[in-house]
Design a protein around this ligand. Structure first.
Ligand SMILES: [Zn+2]
Length: 329
């Protein structure tokens, strides 16, 4: 992770040097970029346009110190020069229905934590609203983000499914939610996005007592490609998916639950007062997002809110605060 600022600097230099020539390499979707390119591009692109945003150093409001004290350590100069503004929004990709998928960034620390709401769209609309509540809270309380942490929040990972139920792109209100939420589980290809990842993938998945489309092959859906290509290069210490409504924390694992995922689940569950499960007890789940992330050595848990309506706000704020404190040490 420590090499990332260097590459950001190099990338910025390259941008400056080649400003007049459009680089087909960096925009081609068919070519799979290297991990470092993926790591740099999304965080780098919003920089020029967001110069007016609040800088991510809220603690230094006391005085205007001379810059000399930091002159000795050269590495510290580069991160501040390329820091992503607090709360900056990046579009990480588009849905099957061409709706943007957005990520909010808080902090510029070396340890990445990623929260994902709404992979089941409008059917689990409260898993989207809790992500927006987190965003509001962090903007009002920026000092909860430790200096060592970069927190990314992707509130709505299935914007097609959200739109089917709310009629709204982007942030919506509870009053926008229609009564029949079932169609909102799927994207505009009618695929269940949490059956489409490459761990135990099957062409049809199971949801309750019915089968659902898992796509023609793993990662057939643009939403999941965007999530995968955003998450993996950042090598996060924590990924948390929000769902509803089982009132529990589930540990991801493919083929088995690793110790880092187990520790994360127990930390969050204790703080938020949820029971933990190693496996979903009601029916087998194939192609799960968190399970696949563990194949990339990325710890992952699922928070199942207690109902399809409640945010379980205090519980989940306590869960997030515990994660920030623990991984921010
Ligand atoms: Zn779900």
């Amino acid at each position: 992770m420590r090499i990332q600022p260097i590459f950001i600097t190099l990338f910025t230099l390259l941008l400056a040097l080649t400003a007049c020539s459009s680089s087909p390499q960096s925009t081609t979707e068919a070519v799979v970029p290297t991990r470092l390119e993926l790591a740099v591009l999304p965080t780098d692109t919003p920089l020029p346009a967001t110069a007016t945003a609040v800088p991510p150093i809220p603690a230094t409001a006391t005085s205007t110190p001379t810059p000399e004290p930091t002159a000795t350590a050269t590495p510290t100069a580069t991160p501040t020069a390329t820091a992503v503004p607090f709360g900056a929004i990046t579009t990480i990709g588009y849905s099957a229905g061409a709706r943007p998928i957005e990520s909010y960034q808080f902090g510029n620390g070396a340890t990445n934590i990623i929260l994902i709401g709404g992979i089941h769209g409008g059917y689990e609309w409260n898993s989207i609203l809790i992500a927006y509540e987190f965003i509001d809270y962090i903007l009002e309380n920026p000092d909860i983000i430790p200096e060592t942490i970069t927190l990314h929040i992707i509130p709505s990972a299935n914007p097609d499914g959200q739109f089917k139920v709310t009629g709204v792109n982007g942030r919506f209100r509870e009053s926008d939610v229609s009564t029949n939420t079932v169609p909102g589980r799927f994207n505009d290809n009618n695929v269940d996005l949490n059956r489409n990842w490459d761990c135990n993938w099957q062409p049809t998945g199971i949801w309750r007592d019915q089968t659902v489309s898992a796509g023609p092959h793993p990662f057939s859906e643009p939403e999941n490609i965007a999530l995968r290509d955003f998450i993996v290069p950042r090598n996060p210490a924590v990924t948390i998916f929000y769902h509803s409504a089982f009132n529990a924390i589930f540990m991801s694992g493919c083929p088995a639950i690793g110790p880092r995922t187990r520790a994360l689940a127990e930390l969050y569950a204790t703080a938020a007062n949820y029971p933990t499960y190693e496996e979903f007890p009601s029916y087998p789940i194939t192609g799960d997002a968190g399970d696949w992330l563990t194949t990339q050595n990325i710890p992952s848990i699922t928070v199942e809110l207690s109902t399809h309506f409640s945010l379980d706000w205090t519980r989940n704020l306590n869960g997030l605060l515990a994660v920030l404190e623990h991984y921010g040490q």
